[in-house]
Design a protein around this ligand. Structure first.
Ligand code: COA
Length: 249
């Protein structure tokens, strides 16, 4: 398995770390594939009781790799790769904990909507810049974010797409707790350890019950969003915005 995602398995907690710090852990095709496989294996492995996701370096995840978007992101085959990760996250049976710091952009923020506990460093800078990039919401965010914060706040976050901080994430219920940056991973480890020590069938059944009512709808939304996203990737608006990022001085 690629070192772009590192893993450590102790006392029932599988720690998966996005490990491309020089690119702020932007997710390329290999990372999507690797993370999907590791999560699927975690669900099938009885010794894994909780999964902890974090990012190495100064940031959690700067979203989809923009170079990949430009080269192949709009093809049906390329779009299936992030879709499979999102479907896996949305259907994951084991509890998923995230520790975030620094930048969490695009899917780096939307994937948090699929986590069960999220701990945020006080330097976190979250952003959903989809419309700014000529794109549309992904990761189930067009369903899950309005449910969390109502239409107007979701519209503000998804369409105005400005950066928001960990305290804002806390106030809207996206983040459970904010800590100084040097404590966030430790706190997330403690919470994941607590989850791993609880009666496992009760934890899993509780998670399943919390999500069961709209699991089918969410899976349908994920597919619809990816189709709309692909269509937008072909657009002049998106091509222009993505090339502008690639050609920054
Ligand atoms: N895709 C590809 N490369 C990315 C990236 C992404 N999503 N995000 C960051 N990088 C790369 C940068 O190109 C840069 O590479 P280089 O050193 O080879 O030039 C490196 O990561 C460091 O990023 P940099 O922009 O220099 O850091 P910063 O601290 O000034 O800014 C961000 C950090 C996250 C605000 C900025 O990189 C950014 O806006 N990234 C794009 C985020 C995005 O729009 N994601 C897609 C959402 S759908």
């Amino acid at each position: 398995m690629s070192e772009l995602i590192t893993r450590q398995h102790d006392d029932g907690v599988l720690e998966l770390t996005l490990n491309r710090p020089q690119k702020k852990n932007a997710l390329n095709r290999e990372m999507y594939l690797g993370l999907t496989e590791l999560l699927q294996r975690a669900d099938a492995d009885e010794t894994v009781k909780a999964v902890l996701l974090s990012g190495s370096g100064d940031s959690f995840c700067a979203g989809n790799d923009i170079a990949d978007f430009v080269s192949s992101g709009a093809s049906a085959e390329a779009a299936r790769v992030p879709l499979r990760l999102l479907q896996t996250l949305a259907g994951l049976e084991k509890p998923l904990v995230a520790a975030i710091q620094g930048h969490a952009v695009g899917i780096g923020t939307t994937l948090l909507l699929h986590c069960d506990l999220v701990y945020g460093a006080d330097n976190s800078r979250l952003q959903l810049p989809f419309a700014r990039l000529g794109l549309v919401p992904e990761g189930g965010s067009s369903l899950l974010l309005p449910q969390l914060v109502g239409h107007r706040k979701a519209f503000e976050l998804l369409v105005l797409g400005e950066v928001f901080d960990a305290d804002c994430g806390l106030s809207i219920g996206l983040i459970n707790e904010v800590t100084p940056v040097d404590q966030v991973l430790q706190l997330a480890r403690e919470r994941a350890g607590t989850l791993a020590a609880l009666p496992q069938q009760a934890v899993r059944k509780s998670k399943q019950m919390l999500r069961a009512h709209q699991q089918d709808l969410l899976q349908q939304v994920l597919v619809e969003e990816i189709d709309a996203f692909r269509e937008r990737l072909h657009s002049e608006e998106a091509q222009h915005a993505l090339m502008a990022f690639m050609q920054r001085g």
